[in-house]
Ligand binder design. Structure first.
Ligand code: GAR
Length: 187
């Protein structure tokens, strides 16, 4: 059995989708959700889905902290960042090299970097009159949104699309592709 730990900071719709996808499969499972936000909606989802969840603070995320110890102990096959907004510290990247992936709601290298997340990305795409956008799934390195790209999927953006319309298209791409890409990495 391959084991996944998901890190999320907010709503957790991607995390829930991944959990559901792998509940139908025998060889891969989501064993834990970790969040830096004790008020994140993802925690309610975990309760409903009967999945273990832990929230942690900055101290726990430091080199000698409990997050590092827990991850070393659990030794997951893959760590998935699904809307996780803190930067992953170098000690974790070194210990889990090529085992941490992230999803970004744009076609990197466009619209990446610190402060570029969620709605801010879609607002920038709209403001710049882009005709297409999409999602990027990539390995995580020490720089925000700069690790090797594993997968991208595109969608069109029309003049009349609102920021919410763009967000909905991205959400759909994420729901369709993210679990499948995870499955292919682990197979
Ligand atoms: C997703 O759209 C994800 O791509 C984005 O946050 C959203 C989380 O939604 N991630 C980033 O912007 C990272 N830079 P969710 O909590 O409902 O899964």
């Amino acid at each position: 059995m391959k084991r996944i730990i998901i890190f999320a900071s907010g709503s957790g719709s991607n995390a829930e989708n991944i959990i559901n996808y792998f509940q139908q499969r025998e060889s891969i499972s989501v064993v834990l959700i970790m969040t830096n936000n004790p008020h994140a909606k993802i925690l309610n989802r975990c309760k409903r889905l009967k999945i273990s969840a832990l929230s942690f603070n900055r101290i726990a995320f430091k080199k000698e902290g409990i997050v590092h110890a827990l991850l070393n102990d659990m030794n997951p096959d893959l760590i998935v960042l699904a809307g996780f907004l803190w930067k992953i510290p170098e000690h974790l990247i070194a210990n889990f090299s090529n085992k941490i992936i992230n999803i970004h709601p744009a076609l990197l290298p466009k619209y990446g970097g610190k402060g570029m997340y969620g709605e801010y990305v879609h607002e920038a795409v709209k403001a710049n009159k882009e005709t297409e956008t999409g999602i990027t799934i990539h390995y995580v390195n020490e720089h925000y949104d700069e690790g090797a790209i594993i997968f991208q999927a595109k969608c069109s953006v029309y003049k009349e699309d609102s920021v919410e319309d763009i967000a909905a298209k991205i959400h759909e791409l994420e729901m369709v592709h993210f679990p499948k890409v995870i499955e292919s990495i682990l197979s």
